[in-house]
Ligand binder design. Structure first.
Ligand code: UGA
Length: 453
């Protein structure tokens, strides 16, 4: 099938590459000339495991092309996926300018029936705006072509996006109950047929419900995390191990084990933005989402939890103190530092006069970029970008772990102790067992793990 993907960000590039892998003829449009040039020369603008190989294979097979040509993009696919960014506006609502510009681009050049598929995370009612934008362009040109707008939100996790796309646990699709909507349903059904062979994974619904489902999923996951973080903070006070509690409640199938890990807060481009956007939608309809307001407030606090623990141990003034920081990305397997907890921690430690040595397996270049925005030149001068986890440890008063990279999970504790000035570890992701750390002679501060002994 001929497919056009508008936007070659995370969602667009992964969707395009995976649909090409299924044998479709995929045309990827992006207005960023440099990005398109990079993709056409075999480069990949993001770090995503497995993606480079899939793109290379499908480019070589002629199933994937990258271009800035809006007219050619509109002509190519009977299905036009909109996968552009929806960054938050100043007020937290999703900024639809890129989505609507993509829609106008389609309307400006389309000549025959198209299915427009919204992949971007967009608020309820966006499909109607997309429809109006396209119709406006068609009317202006006096073209009578028909089209249908469907919603097909993505549920990809950064760092596992290719895997998530190729093995979806569900595919959510909203289509209109009209003859054109029916045509859209048939086309989408055959596009996704390879995923539904063994059992049906597609949930068909109306367009608005599909748009809402995406926000509901992310808001629910963010809620679980903030809930556990709040309980972890209490666990620290009352001498309870939140990890034991996690197992104890997760074994109830009504609760389940996933996304119950307490830590130093959630980050990334999705949860913070989507929670805010849903709250904003509600407010626009005179409703306050009290639970989500609390989810956000708890998360803002939780990003400060490591700084608070360091202060409790070393005092408010950290002048003359030096810390090793492992992990900068908002989670493992990505170089994404959007809303990363490490940014809050570093601003806190440096603001209190400390110096730091930081290490991340892939986010070092991105860290150099974003820390320039977050920190003053004087503070930035106090950051050493280390070559390895081991190197970062040298002469630090403590190690602070912010991201749960696999590479950090089994360190040589003797080496850690030998390099640190003091054997103190603050673990923002609960990678280690307090008892094992005690056996190794390391003073350990996890999140919600202060069992009374
Ligand atoms: C999230 C959702 O998991 C995807 O299903 C969704 O498609 C995506 O947003 C999106 O809307 O595009 P992502 O932001 O890539 O994916 O990352 P997650 O793996 O969900 O992690 C988000 C944050 O929550 C990370 O900072 C992680 O460290 C934190 N987290 C996750 C916890 O603190 N505890 C947990 O138990 C799980």
């Amino acid at each position: 099938m001929k497919i056009t993907i508008i936007g070659t960000g995370y969602v667009g590039l992964v969707t395009g590459a995976c649909l090409a892998e299924l044998g479709n003829d995929v045309f990827c449009l992006d207005l960023d000339v440099q990005k398109v040039a990079l993709l056409n020369s075999g480069g990949i603008p993001i770090h995503e495991p497995g993606l480079e190989e899939v793109v290379a294979r499908n480019r070589a097979a002629g199933r994937m092309t990258f271009s800035t040509d809006v007219e050619a993009a509109a002509a190519h696919g009977v299905m036009q996926f909109i996968a552009v960014g929806t960054p938050p506006d100043e007020d937290g609502s999703a900024d639809l300018q890129y989505v609507l510009a993509a829609a106008r681009g389609i309307g400006k050049y389309m000549t025959d029936f198209k299915v427009i598929v919204d992949k971007s995370t967009v608020p309820v009612g966006t499909a109607e705006k997309v429809r109006a934008a396209i119709q406006g362009e068609l009317d202006a040109r006096g073209v009578a072509a028909t089209f249908s707008v469907a919603s097909n939100p993505e549920f990809l996790k950064e760092g596992a996006a290719v895997e998530d796309f190729m093995r979806p646990d569900r595919i959510v699709i909203g289509v209109d109950a009209t003859p054109d909507g029916e045509r859209a349903r048939e086309l989408l059904k055959s596009l996704y047929a390879p995923f539904n062979r063994n059992h049906e994974r597609t949930y068909w619904m109306d367009v608005r419900s599909a748009e809402f489902t995406k926000y509901a999923a992310n808001a629910m996951l963010a809620t679980r995390i903030s809930f556990m973080n709040e309980l972890a903070n209490l666990a620290d006070k009352v001498g309870v191990d939140i990890e034991a509690v996690r197992h104890g409640i997760g074994s109830d199938p009504r609760i389940g084990h996933s996304f119950l890990y307490a830590g130093c807060g959630y980050g990334g481009s999705c949860f913070p933005k989507d929670v805010q956007a849903l709250e904003r939608t509600a407010r626009g309809h005179g409703q306050e989402l009290l639970i989500l307001r609390a989810v956000e407030a708890v998360n803002d606090q939780q990003k400060q939890v490591l700084g608070r623990k360091v202060v409790a141990r070393f005092g408010e003034d950290l002048t003359g103190r030096h810390f090793a920081v492992w992990g900068l990305a908002f989670k493992p397997n990505t170089d994404d530092m959007r809303e990363a907890s490490a940014r809050v921690l570093l601003a806190d430690l440096l603001g209190r006069g400390a110096t730091v040595a930081v290490y991340d397996p892939v986010a070092m270049a991105e860290a150099r970029r974003v820390l320039q925005l977050d920190l003053t030149p004087e503070q930035l001068a106090k950051v050493r970008f280390a070559d390895s986890p081991k190197d970062a440890l040298q002469d630090a008063d403590a190690l602070v772990i912010v991201t749960e990279w696999k590479a950090f999970r089994s360190p040589d504790f003797e080496q850690v102790k030998a390099r640190l000035k003091q054997a103190v570890v603050f673990d923002g992701r609960n990678l280690f067992e307090p008892a094992v750390m005690a056996e190794n002679g390391i003073e350990y501060h996890g999140i919600g793990r202060s069992i009374l002994t």
